[in-house]
Design a binder for this molecule. Structure first.
Ligand code: DPP
Ligand code: ZN
Length: 855
C-alpha cells in the first residue's frame, strides 16, 4: 500500500463548485446520479481525476454528451477523464448495495434505515468525486424511496421541496447553501420519529431542532435535546458563534464506527451517544451524550465552516473541538472532576500511544490509511495543545485569537499552522518554540527537584526535560512547557500564589526567596501541560498536598502519586508505608468541605494499566496482586466509614443534579471498598444495591463489583441483568462489557465463551467494542501468561477485518505493546501480529497497524 506524505500536498487540479446528487434509494440496489460542475484550477492540462472505491460508472456524460468507453478509464478505482476546456459539467451514474455494505463507510443500511458515513474517505464509495477536504462545494440533493419503508428523507442544509410518486414512492430535495467538503455530506432515509424543539439564536433567528430515532426510543432523547440547546447557547456566549441554518437535525443509528459525525446540519450519531434514561444509562453515559452532542455541534464552526486543508491537519478541527467540548462539559458540571476525568482518559489512551510503536505527532507526517489516525493523540493531546495556548494567552487574548481564526478562515480549508498564526497575531504571543508540540511525538518527562538554602532563605526549583525517542524521531528539541506551580509552606499550609513557569530549555532553575524552610512544590497544577512529572517529594509531602492543596487537580494527583508509590514499591518487593495511604484516604472521605464526586475520583486506586505504564516491564500478575491487596487493606482499614458512606448516600428518588450524581459516585466507591474489604456481607450488600437501584449507575456498579468476585450473587446478578435487558442492544453491551472488564481469574475463558454467545455479533461495532475493546483494556486478563488472550483478540481482528477493517484496526494497538512485557509474552504477542499480517487479503487499515506494531 502507498504511503501518503504531508510534504506532498498540492492544491487540487480541478475544483467542484457545484454538486447535484440524485438518489434512487433502495437497500438492495440504490442508483446515484451525480452532476458535478468542474473548473480547472490553474494553468495545466491534467485530466480530471475522481476518486472511487468499489463502484463502477454505468454511464459518464460530459456537458450532456455520453462518453464512449475509450474516453474515460479507471485507475486504482478512480475515474480519469481528459477534458478540453476550463469548465465542464460531468455526470456519472453508479449503483450501490447499501445492505451489502458491512464496512459502514459510504451509504449503508442499519436497523431498517439507510444512512451515510463519509469521513474520512467514504464519499468515494457513494459516487465518483475528488474526495479530499480542500474541495468545497455547494450541494443539492434529491432522494427518492418507497414511502412506507422510508417515510422520512433527510439530507444536509434546508428542505426545499417534496412530493409523492406513483407506486407508493416519494421524493424530497434538500439544498445546503454552505460550501462544504464531501466528507460532511449526509443523507438518512427511514421510518423515524422526531423529538422536535426550537432554538432562537443570539441574532433572533429561529432554528428548528430535530432528534430522529425509532419511535420506541423517543422517550430517551430529552437529555440529548437539552444538551444541544445548551451547546448552542454556550458557543454564542463563549466564542460568539451562532448557528447558521434554519434546521439542525440529529439521527441516531445502531451501527456506527465512530461516536458520531458532524455532517452539516445533519449530525448522525451512534445511538449510544443520543439515547439515555435512568433505567438504561449511567451517569457516565449521560455525560457522554452531553459531551458528544456538544462536540458535534461545535464542529459546525470548528470543522465545518473552517475545515481542514488535508487530513494531516485533522487535529485542527478535532483537537480544538475536543477542547471546546471539554470546557462546555466543565461549565455544565464540575471543573475539577471534569479535569480529572479528562486527564485519566489522556493518560490511559494517549500516553500509552505516545510511548509505543504507533506514536505520531499531533500533526502527522505520513499515513497509509487515514482512518487509523483518529487517535487519542490527534484528539486528546491535540486538545491539550489548545489548552496550553489558552493558558499562556489568558481568556481574553485567547478569544481574540479564535475570533481572528474564525473570521480569517470562514469558508476555507485551513491548516494547523493557520490556527497557530491566528493565536500569535490575535493573541499577541510568539509561539515559535511551541510549534514543536505539533511536530514532535512522545510525552515529555519533567524532573522537578526542590532544594533549599537556609542562609539566603531561598528555594530553588530545578526543572529538567527529556523526550524519549519515538518512531522516526530519535533526536528531539526542548519543548515549551507551561507549568503552573505553587510552593507550599509546610508550617502554615499556605502558598504565595500560583505562578506560570515556562520551561523552555533542557534544564532550568527558578529561585524563590523568603522561604525559611523547604517548601513543598505543587507542580503542573490543573495539569497545565501534558507531561510526566517526576519529583523528589516524600510520601509525607504528598500526604500534605493531598490534604491541603487548593488546586483540586493537584490534590487528586498527590493522592494518586502516594498510591502509585506504595504500589510500585510493593511490586518491587520493598517494604511500604501503607498507613500513610490509608490515613490520606480517611482524611479525604471525612473532609466535610469536599465535593463527593471529587472524593470518589480521588480515592480510586490507579488502574492496573496505569501502574503498568509506570514500570519498564509490566508484570500483570504482580500488579494485580499488589493492587488487590492494597484495596483490601483500605477496605478493611476503613470499613465502618465505607458502611456509613454507603448507607447515607442512598437517595430517595432519582435526579440528575450534580449533588445526586456525586452521591451515586461516592456510594459506588464505598460499595467497591466495602466488598474489597472481604466483609462477609459484602456481596449481599452489593446484591441489594443491584436489585433495589432505580438507576443504571448504581445497578451497573454493583454488577461490576460482584463480577470481580466469585460469590453466588455474581451469577445471579448477571442472569437477572441479561434477562432484563436482552432486547435492548445498548444495555446488553454493558452485560458483555462488565464481564470483559472483570478482574476475575477466569475472564479470558469467559470472554472466549461470550464471543460465541448468540447475542454476540461482529456486525455491530458497539457490541465488538463492548466485548473485545473492554477485554483488551483489562491488563490482567488480556495478558494471561498462556497467550490465550492474545490469540482471542487476533482471531477477532482477523474475522472482523473481512467485514469492517476500520473497526478491526482499532483493536490492534494492545498487541503492539510487546516491548513492555517479558520475553515469553512478547514473543506470543509478536506471533499473533505476524499471524494477522499473514492473512490473505488483509485490509490496508490492519496492515498498517499490525505492521507498525511489529517494529
Ligand atoms: N465524527 C468524528 C468526530 O466528531 C470525526 N469527525 O470526532
Ligand atoms: Zn470531532
Amino acid at each position: 500500500p502507498t504511503i501518503i506524505r504531508r510534504m506532498d500536498y498540492r492544491p487540487p487540479d480541478w475544483l467542484v463548485p457545484d454538486v447535484t446528487l440524485d438518489f434512487d434509494l433502495d437497500p438492495a440496489l440504490t442508483r446515484v446520479r451525480a452532476t458535478l460542475s468542474v473548473t480547472r484550477n490553474g494553468d495545466h492540462d491534467l485530466p480530471l481525476r475522481l476518486d472511487g472505491e468499489g463502484i463502477v460508472p454505468l454511464s459518464v456524460c460530459v456537458d450532456g454528451r455520453p462518453l464512449a468507453q475509450d474516453e474515460w478509464h479507471l485507475e486504482a478505482g478512480a475515474l480519469i477523464i481528459a477534458l478540453p476546456d476550463t469548465a465542464h459539467s460531468v455526470e456519472t451514474l453508479v449503483e450501490l448495495s447499501p445492505e451489502g455494505n458491512s464496512k459502514l463507510m459510504g451509504l449503508y443500511a442499519s436497523g431498517g434505515l439507510l444512512c451515510t458515513q463519509c469521513e474520512a474517505e467514504g464519499f468515494r464509495r457513494i459516487t465518483f468525486f475528488p474526495d479530499r477536504p480542500d474541495i468545497l462545494s455547494r450541494y443539492s440533493v434529491r432522494m427518492e424511496a418507497d414511502k412506507a419503508r422510508f417515510p422520512i428523507l433527510l439530507a444536509n442544509g434546508d428542505p426545499i421541496e417534496q412530493g409523492d410518486l406513483p407506486e407508493g414512492r416519494h421524493w424530497a430535495r434538500w439544498n445546503d447553501p454552505f460550501l462544504k467538503p464531501c466528507y460532511l455530506f449526509a443523507l438518512v432515509a427511514g421510518d423515524l420519529a422526531c423529538n422536535a424543539d426550537r432554538f432562537v439564536t443570539m441574532s433572533g433567528r429561529e432554528v428548528q431542532l430535530g432528534i430522529w430515532v425509532r419511535e420506541a426510543d423517543l422517550a430517551r432523547t430529552d437529555h440529548a435535546m437539552h444538551a444541544l440547546k445548551n451547546s448552542m447557547a454556550w458557543d454564542e456566549r463563549v466564542y460568539g458563534r451562532e448557528y447558521d441554518l434554519d434546521v439542525f437535525n440529529i439521527v441516531a443509528v445502531a451501527d456506527f464506527n465512530f461516536g458520531a459525525m458532524e455532517n452539516k446540519g445533519l449530525n448522525i450519531f451512534n445511538s449510544r451517544y443520543i439515547l439515555a434514561d435512568p433505567e438504561t444509562a449511567t451517569d457516565i453515559d449521560y455525560d457522554g451524550v452531553e459531551g458528544v452532542v456538544a462536540h458535534e455541534y461545535f464542529h459546525n464552526w470548528s470543522g465545518n465552516r473552517v475545515t481542514c486543508r488535508d487530513w494531516f491537519q485533522l487535529s485542527l478541527k478535532e483537537g480544538f473541538t475536543v477542547f471546546r467540548d471539554q470546557n462546555f462539559s466543565a461549565d455544565m458540571g464540575s471543573h475539577a472532576v471534569k479535569r480529572i476525568e479528562d486527564v485519566r482518559i489522556l493518560r490511559a489512551g494517549q500516553f500509552q500511544e505516545d510511548s509505543g510503536p504507533l506514536a505520531h505527532p499531533v500533526r502527522p507526517e505520513s499515513y497509509m490509511e487515514i482512518s487509523n489516525f483518529y487517535t487519542a493523540t490527534i484528539y486528546n493531546k491535540g486538545a491539550e495543545l489548545i489548552r496550553m495556548m489558552a493558558l499562556m494567552l489568558g481568556a481574553e487574548r485567547f478569544r481574540a485569537g479564535t475570533d481572528l481564526y474564525f473570521d480569517r478562515h470562514d469558508g476555507q480549508a485551513a491548516t494547523c499552522e493557520d490556527f497557530v498564526l491566528a493565536m500569535e497575531e490575535g493573541g499577541g504571543i510568539d509561539l515559535t518554540q511551541f510549534r514543536r508540540w505539533y511536530e514532535q511525538a512522545g510525552t515529555p518527562h519533567v524532573r522537578a527537584l526542590i532544594s533549599h538554602d537556609p542562609i539566603s532563605q531561598s528555594a530553588t526549583l530545578t526543572l529538567e526535560q527529556t523526550m524519549p525517542p519515538t518512531p522516526g524521531q530519535t533526536h528531539k528539541q526542548p519543548m515549551a512547557i507551561p507549568l503552573r506551580t505553587a510552593l507550599f509552606d509546610p508550617a502554615t499550609g499556605q502558598h504565595r500564589g500560583d505562578e506560570l513557569l515556562m520551561l523552555t530549555e533542557g534544564k532550568q532553575s527558578f529561585t524563590f526567596t523568603g522561604f525559611p524552610v523547604t517548601p513543598i512544590p505543587s507542580i503542573n497544577r490543573g495539569f497545565s501541560a501534558p507531561v510526566i512529572v517526576e519529583t523528589n517529594r516524600s510520601q509525607d509531602d504528598l500526604a500534605f498536598l493531598s490534604a491541603h492543596d487548593d488546586d483540586p487537580f493537584a490534590r487528586y494527583e498527590a493522592m494518586q502519586q502516594l498510591m502509585v508509590n506504595v504500589l510500585v514499591g510493593r511490586i518491587a518487593g520493598h517494604a511500604t508505608d501503607d498507613a500513610t495511604v490509608i490515613d490520606a484516604v480517611r482524611n479525604t472521605i471525612t473532609d466535610p468541605l469536599l465535593d463527593p464526586a471529587f472524593i470518589a475520583e480521588t480515592i480510586r486506586l490507579p488502574s492496573e494499566a496505569y501502574l503498568g505504564d509506570q514500570m519498564r516491564l509490566v508484570d500483570p500478575d504482580a500488579i494485580h496482586a499488589a493492587r488487590d491487596a492494597l484495596q483490601q487493606q483500605i477496605g478493611a482499614g476503613l470499613e465502618p466509614l465505607w458502611r456509613d458512606i454507603h448507607a447515607r448516600t442512598k437517595a430517595n428518588a432519582f435526579s440528575l443534579s450534580p449533588a445526586a450524581k456525586g452521591a451515586r459516585k461516592l456510594r459506588n466507591a464505598a460499595l467497591h471498598y466495602l466488598v474489597a474489604s472481604g466483609a462477609q456481607d459484602g456481596p449481599a450488600i452489593a446484591f441489594v444495591q443491584f436489585s433495589e437501584a432505580d438507576n443504571m449507575t448504581e445497578r451497573q456498579a454493583a454488577l461490576g463489583t460482584l463480577a470481580n468476585g466469585a460469590s453466588p450473587e455474581r451469577e445471579a446478578a448477571l442472569d437477572i441483568f441479561y434477562n432484563r435487558y436482552a432486547a435492548d442492544a445498548l444495555t446488553l453491551d454493558k452485560w458483555f462489557q462488565t464481564q470483559a472488564f472483570a478482574l476475575h481469574p477466569d475472564t479470558v475463558d469467559l470472554v472466549a465463551q461470550l464471543s460465541t454467545h448468540k447475542d454476540f455479533t461482529l456486525a455491530n461495532p458497539n457490541r465488538v467494542r463492548s466485548l473485545f475493546g473492554a477485554f483488551a483494556g483489562n491488563q490482567w486478563a488480556f495478558h494471561h501468561k498462556s497467550g490465550k488472550g492474545y490469540r482471542l483478540l487476533a482471531d477477532c481482528i482477523i474475522a472482523l477485518d473481512r467485514l469492517n477493517p476500520q473497526t478491526a484496526a482499532k483493536l490492534v494497538p494492545p498487541l503492539g505493546r510487546w516491548k513492555r512485557f517479558e520475553e515469553k509474552r512478547a514473543a506470543l504477542m509478536r506471533a499473533e501480529l505476524q499471524r494477522i499480517l499473514a492473512q490473505p487479503g488483509l485490509s490496508k487499515d490492519v496492515t498498517e497497524q499490525a505492521g507498525k506494531s511489529l517494529e
